[in-house]
Every structure is written in C-alpha cells, then in structure tokens.
Design a protein around this ligand. Structure first.
Ligand SMILES: Nc1ncnc2c1ncn2[C@@H]1O[C@H](COP(=O)(O)OP(=O)(O)O)[C@@H](O)[C@H]1O
Ligand SMILES: [Mg+2]
Length: 588
C-alpha cells in the first residue's frame, strides 16, 4: 500500500503552503528583489528589441553589394542588445543569490529548531540519514523554487504575450494565433506529463533517503556490524536500496524522455509552420527577407524560454516533491509545550507525583496510579528490577514525555504549566546511557554550562575525579573523545557526565545508575563526591547496587511501574519485603 502522502491530492495544499512560506523570505531583501526584477524587465525589453535591429540590418543589406555604415551600426546594436540581455541576467542572479541563500539559512535553522522541539519519541523513530537527506533536498528545493517562481514563470508568460502582440501588430492574427496555440499546447502537455511523472520523482526521493538511512545506520553501528560479521548483510541491504533508487531513476528518466520529446515535437511543428507561412508571405511579396529573419529570431527567442519554462515547471514539481518531506517535518506538531509559570524551584521544593498514569505510545500502561513525594533537599533513591520504569520517571520529570493522567508538580505547580526551559534548567541528570559530542573533553564538560569559568571547570573535574584521566592523556582537556564519546571507557564517560551535570549546578540532581560502569574503587570515590554534591540539593539516585544508596533519606522500591515499598534502609530491612530480599541477595 502506498502511503497517503504519495497521492496527488495530498500534494496540492503542500505546494500552496510552501509558496506561502517562501514569500516572507523574499520580503526580507526588498531592494535586492526589486532591483533584480528591474534587471529582469530591462533584459526582457532588450530581448524583444534586438530582433528588430537584425531585421533592419537584413533589409538594408538586401540589394547592396557593399557593407554600409547603417547595417553595421544595426548589427552592432543587435550584438549589444543581446549582450545586455545576458549581462542583466547575470546581475539579476548575482543580486538574488543572496536572497535565496538567506532563505536557505533561515529555513535550515527553522527545521533544526523545530526538530529540537519535537518529543523524544519522534527522534527515537527517525532515521538520521534519511532525515538529513530530506532536509538537504528540501532546502535546495526551496532555493530553486524561489528563483524560478520570481524570474521565470510569470515573466516568461508576459514575454510570450508581448511577442504574440508584436506578431499580431506587424504580421497579422494568423501568426499570433499560431504562437498562442503552440504555447497552450506546450503548456497543457507539460502540465499533464509532469503530473504523471511526479510519482516517479517522489519514488526517487524516497529511495534516495532510504538508502542514505541504511548507509548511515550501518556506519553508526560500525562495531556491531563487525562483531556479528554482518558486513555482507549490510552491503546487501544498501545495494538493494541502491537498486531501488536506480530503478526509480530509470523510470524517472524514461518519463523525462517522453516529456522532452513531446515538447520538442510541439516546438518543431510550430516553427516549421510559422516559417512556411513567412516564406509564403515573402514569395508573395507581402514580407521582406528581414521580416522572415525577424520571425525566425522571435521563434528562437520564444521557444528557448518556453522550453526552459517546461524544464522549470518540471523541476518545480520535482522540487515540491522534494520539499514536502522537509515541510512535513516542519508540520509535525510539537506535542510537549511548556506553560507560562516560572515558580522558583529550589533545593527546598518538593516534587510530587499524584496518581500518575503513563504509557509509551502504542504500549500498555507502565504507570497506572503512581504517587510519591520527593521531599525538597532530601536524598531519595529508587531501586527495582530492570524495566520497572525507573528511567522513565526521570524522563517524565524532564518532560521528555507527558503523563496521560495525574500530575507531577514542582514547588506546588503542575509541571505541565511550567515554562519548559525554566523547568529543565532546575535539573541535571547523569543518564544511564551517556553519549558525548564528538569534540574535546573540555567542550563536553563545559556543555553543562558553556559560560562557566576555568576555575569552575577545574572544580567540577575535581569532584568527578577526572584528574587522573586527564593526567594520563597527553592532550589533557583538549583530547578528542570520538564519535559519541566512544574513545573513552564507560566509566570515563560517566565521570564526564557527572562533571557536566555539576557545572549546571541545578537544584535537583538525578543519577540514573551513575556508577554502574565503575569498578568498586572508582565507585567509592564517586560516591564520596556524590555525597558532597547532594548537599544543598534534592537528589534522586536510581541504583542497582543497594549498598550505594543505603544512606538515603527515602528509598522507593519499584516493581512493574508500582511502588511496592518505601522507607529508609533500616525500615525497609525491618519490613522483610522485597528490599530485604534484594539486600540479602546482594550482600550474600
Ligand atoms: N521510548 C520508549 N518507547 C517505548 N517503550 C519504552 C521506551 N523506553 C522504555 N520503554 C519501556 O518501558 C519500560 C520501562 O523502561 P525503563 O524506565 O527504562 O526501565 P528501568 O530504567 O527501570 O530499567 C520497559 O519495559 C521499556 O521497554
Ligand atoms: Mg533505566
């Protein structure tokens, strides 16, 4: 089954929407656009005038043996007018280049910002390679669209009308009629044939994005590919996608062949007919040879832009097909919106879950009625088996997802009505899976607060026990950490993550299995550090090893999205429940 966006009806509103979105970018450089348009008009004027010099030159040549001053001047004028046509065109393109480049810049930024507003789930579902290809094709499509919308379609149509007018006045209605009929036939044919082609253009775009997606995914997972000896499998997958692309392109080209041949046929037939009519008029003495030359020159001048118009129309349809994916991204609704409230969230603010119900999209409920209070300034731990929903709690706090029922409040305010930026500013997390930017250690740590001073940076490094690592590295803080930070060990990545969370200096600090990748020596170092850091903040520690959290003020034991026990270490042990069981298991 073909997805609905591949039918033609779905396309119309997108085209309209695209054109509407492009107009503000044109208005950003009013003067440039105006001057470019002036160049355009002047060039068209030159274009329409030049053939008359040619005609007069030819006429004054007839019957004379010598090259006279008059025809020479006329020929020079003809050449000059032709040249000025090109020159004006170049000036116009140079001026307008700035406008399209700015539009591309604005749009790229808009798409980028929008992508960052979309919820986590959108990003978990996307394919980086395909998406980047869609955006690439989209922005270049927009630039193309702008240029041709302004300079080709309308001006060429006007030029054609003028030409028909000139023919009508000078040579009678028959010529004007033939021209208009040819233009109509040409236009009708192009529109019809092009809309039939659109499907193949889309297929090509889709195959292109897909194959890029596969290639990038395989490269991102380089190690996994190697571990499982799946180079062959991956190259087969890529080749299959490329084969589809090849096939789509072949169909694309074949239909293009049909389109071009049809257009050329219309042009050739019209030219032949018009020249025959002119030749007939010349033999009948109604026209001079100069007129014949003039009509021929007009024909060439008419069909060149007309042919170009055919090309432009085709490309614009192609561009629209390419653009629609990018605009599809822009049209994706932002589902997680912040409110207006900016309550002061300090280390004294309680975080309260009240009857929270949540399920991931298309998944059964994870939490049905979760109620818990995380006291301001307290050290809270969450323990429980893997998959019980601990990391999800952290994601709900950050509002990466929204709970469907109940509410989560900070300082007494429902988190859904708090300004998102403000909310997230109050928290920092050392996540379970740490990915770093492919940059230096310094950049990655400073990411917690790019404006931090060198002293604050050093302090964070000290607290996260990164010093020994830095001393071992010849380039120290300037060491590149590699793609996603993979040149560091898991433990080293965790320390970087801790340092950068500290730099953010939040009221609420969340550790999601922050010491799971550390050996017991490093773990105890980090735990000491954590104790320092937890002072004066609310801390939520998700942990696997109970020994690491036994001095927490409050420990929640989670099981399949439910809190089955809570209390401090002593109370929970005395309870002789799940916690007691886990403790006994771990401590032997
Ligand atoms: N983005 C997601 N989409 C759908 N299901 C998810 C997603 N993230 C986690 N889950 C599921 O939710 C459950 C809880 O996950 P998680 O909170 O990561 O557990 P824990 O951190 O306690 O090990 C798991 O069953 C997991 O498969
Ligand atoms: Mg987890």
């Amino acid at each position: 089954m073909r997805p609905s966006r591949f039918n033609d009806h779905a396309n119309t509103p997108v085209s309209f929407q695209v054109v509407k979105q492009v107009i503000p970018y044109l208005l950003e450089f009013k003067w440039r656009v105006a001057i470019a348009l002036l160049c355009l008009v002047a060039a068209k004027g030159a274009n329409l005038t030049a053939p008359f010099f040619l005609k007069d030159a030819v006429d004054s040549l007839s019957g004379t043996e010598q090259l006279l001053a008059v025809p020479v001047a006329l020929l020079v004028a003809y050449a000059l007018f032709r040249f000025s046509n090109t020159l004006l065109g170049e000036i116009r393109d140079t001026l307008f280049g700035r406008v399209t480049e700015r539009a591309v810049r604005r749009l790229s930024l808009k798409v980028f910002n929008h992508l960052h507003q979309l919820e986590l789930n959108y990003h978990l579902n996307r394919k980086t390679g395909s998406l980047s290809r869609d955006i690439e094709r989209g922005t270049s499509g927009v630039s193309f669209l702008m240029r041709f919308m302004v300079f080709n379609i309308v001006p060429t149509l006007i030029e054609i009308l003028f030409m028909a007018g000139i023919l009508l006045i000078n040579y009678g209605w028959q010529y004007a009629l033939v021209v208009l009929a040819a233009v109509t036939a040409y236009g009708g044919y192009s529109v019809k044939a092009t809309s039939l082609r659109t499907r193949f253009v889309r297929e090509t775009a889709q195959a292109d994005s897909k194959s890029n997606g596969i290639a990038i995914d395989a490269l991102l997972n380089y190690e996994t590919v190697k571990y499982f000896n799946n180079e062959g499998y991956e190259s087969q997958r890529l080749d299959a996608a490329q084969a589809k692309l090849e096939k789509a392109k072949a169909k694309n080209r074949l239909t293009l062949f049909g389109l071009n041949v049809g257009q050329s046929f219309i042009i050739a037939a019209t030219s032949g007919l018009m020249l025959l009519m002119a030749a007939n008029d010349v033999t009948n003495g109604v026209m001079t040879i100069g007129d014949f030359v003039l009509i021929n020159a007009f024909l060439m001048q008419l069909f060149a832009p007309l042919n170009f118009l055919g090309f432009v129309y085709r490309e614009i349809r192609g561009a629209l097909a390419n653009i629609e994916h990018m605009f599809g991204v822009l049209a994706t609704k932002v589902t997680i919106n912040g409110g207006e409230a900016k309550p002061k969230i300090s280390a004294n603010s309680d975080i309260i879950f009240e009857g929270v119900g949540f399920h991931y999209p298309n998944k059964p409920a994870l939490f049905t009625d979760l109620t818990m209070t995380i006291g301001g300034g307290s050290k809270v731990a969450i323990v429980g088996s893997s998959g019980s929903g601990k990391s999800t709690l952290a994601k709900l706090l950050f509002r990466f997802y929204d709970n469907q029922t109940g509410q989560i409040s900070f300082a007494g305010i429902n988190s859904k009505s708090i300004d998102l930026e403000h909310l997230r500013q109050s928290m920092a997390i050392v996540p379970q899976d740490i990915a770093l930017f492919n940059a230096t250690l310094r950049d990655n740590i400073l990411y917690g607060r790019p404006s931090a001073t060198e002293q604050e940076l050093q302090q964070a490094i000290g607290h996260a026990y990164l010093q020994p690592l830095l001393e071992r590295l010849p380039e120290g803080l300037e060491t590149q950490v590699g793609e996603r930070g993979m040149k560091l060990s898991g433990g080293e990545r965790q320390r970087v993550a801790i340092a950068r969370a500290l730099l953010k200096d939040p009221a609420i600090l969340i550790f999601d299995e922050a010491t799971s990748a550390l050996d017991s020596h490093s773990e105890s170092q980090i735990l000491t550090a954590m104790q320092d850091l937890q002072r004066g903040r609310t801390s939520i520690t998700i942990a696997h090893r109970l020994s690491t959290i036994k001095d927490s003020d409050n420990i929640f034991v989670m099981e399949q999205g439910q809190i089955i026990e809570q209390g401090n270490h002593q109370q929970l042990l005395a309870n002789k429940g799940k916690y007691f069981e886990l403790w006994a298991q771990q401590e032997g």
